[in-house]
Design a protein around this ligand. Structure first.
Ligand SMILES: [Zn+2]
Length: 88
């Protein structure tokens, strides 16, 4: 890279071959990616659908990871983050 832009969550996308973040090399979703997902997908149901699609993609790559670990990594954090946001 010739220069670095200020980091935004939008740049934190998963590498489809490893599901590590392309921007910061942490496991995806990293903290900036989570913030970006929350800010761009405020609806808890939509966020869940989006993350489930990512989990399915990741599961095909991360075959050594137990499903429970992937569930924690992709879905549990979002459920915690969106708790209390939903009003019936
Ligand atoms: Zn990242």
């Amino acid at each position: 890279m010739s220069h670095r832009k200020p980091a935004t969550g939008a740049e934190h996308q998963p590498d489809p071959a490893t599901y590590d973040c392309r921007s910061c090399d942490r496991t995806w979703p990293c903290d900036p990616a989570r913030e970006h997902l929350l800010s761009t997908t405020p609806d808890a149901v939509q966020l869940g659908i989006r993350l489930w699609a990512e989990l399915e993609n990741a599961a095909a790559v991360l075959r050594h990871e137990p499903p429970s670990v992937l569930f924690e990594r992709f879905l549990s954090w979002a459920r915690q983050q969106t708790q209390g946001v939903i009003h019936d």
